[in-house]
Design a binder for this molecule. Sequence first.
Ligand SMILES: Cc1cc2nc3c(=O)[nH]c(=O)nc-3n(C[C@H](O)[C@H](O)[C@H](O)COP(=O)(O)OP(=O)(O)OC[C@H]3O[C@@H](n4cnc5c(N)ncnc54)[C@H](O)[C@@H]3O)c2cc1C
Length: 318
Amino acid sequence: MLRPGGTARARLPLPCRGAAARGQAQRGARARGAAGCRRAPGGRMGRMTTAAPVPAPTDAPDATGLGTRREPCELQVLDTALIAPDTLRLGLARVDGAPVRYEPGHFCNLAIPGPQGEVWRSYSVATPLRSGEARERIEVVAAAVPGGLATEYLFARRPGDRLRASGPFGRLLLPGEDPEYYLLMGTGTGLAPYRAMLPEIEQRAAGRALRVTVVMGVRSPAAALYLDEFRGFVARDPQHRRLWVHYSRELPETPAADEAAGYVQQGLPFLGLLPATTLAYLCGNPGMIDAAAGWLGAAGFPRRRVVREKYQSRPTAG
Ligand SMILES: Cc1cc2nc3c(=O)[nH]c(=O)nc-3n(C[C@H](O)[C@H](O)[C@H](O)COP(=O)(O)OP(=O)(O)OC[C@H]3O[C@@H](n4cnc5c(N)ncnc54)[C@H](O)[C@@H]3O)c2cc1C
């Protein structure tokens, strides 16, 4: 099993936190805009009920993104921990101290030194927040891939180390108008962006019947990332929310009512999904995404109602 470089969780003092740095960050944010933001998915849904959400006010006027590949931002590693077998959590912050603005579901790219030069790898931002907010500390979770360049590099990082990043990017975002039913299906670290979405979904669901089913696919109980948080989310509105955990290799000794053996896509026929009212999100293992998207397509889901993010290395990422 790979070990992370360290497990210290203490917040490191961030340099450049004065007014000059804040001014610089503000100017940078204005110059860059929200790097990589694209329109949220879903298009206009057939039976919408809510108006587009007004972004929550932020108390971080100097909040900014993470730059671009040409002008990357420098991040400092605040803390590292193994939070599941071969799964590393990295707590990161901008070296200039500016809060990072991103939307729930966004990912960032990290520069990874390699034998043939630098490569870039993508990681979802797992830190929960509401739309329009910003966070000084963001966390990403990386699953170890045997022989992987980023795996070797990231698992050796220690608090205080620096990384270069760009972003935020991505299309795995909540739409302006909610559907009646969100399906959030992911495998392994592919649950990270859904964890980031929970506060925003909770806010949107306040006082209305917004159905949400989270379907988590993991190998074993030890690999069930953020399980308590997803269970807490469901427990706060059990009438409209469901969680299913599928274990592909090892079931818990005494499985709970929301736990089953097998692959996530095997549960699809039993979730009451209707193309007219459901917006489906698929994230993580590319094989799972192809299988689940195939089933949803055959069930009548148009492509725009199935938002996908395949976790695979992309040579052009940046
Ligand atoms: C938008 C996006 C978001 C992502 N978010 C995350 C995230 O939050 N957490 C996360 O852990 N990963 C995430 N990924 C995947 C991540 O970017 C890397 O692909 C992954 O960490 C492997 O990189 P590596 O350099 O260690 O392995 P590489 O050097 O790219 O690969 C080494 C070898 O392993 C194979 N390989 C690569 N990936 C896998 C795999 N998953 N399983 C089996 N074999 C593999 C390759 O084909 C190659 O032969 C994301 C990918 C994308 C596109």
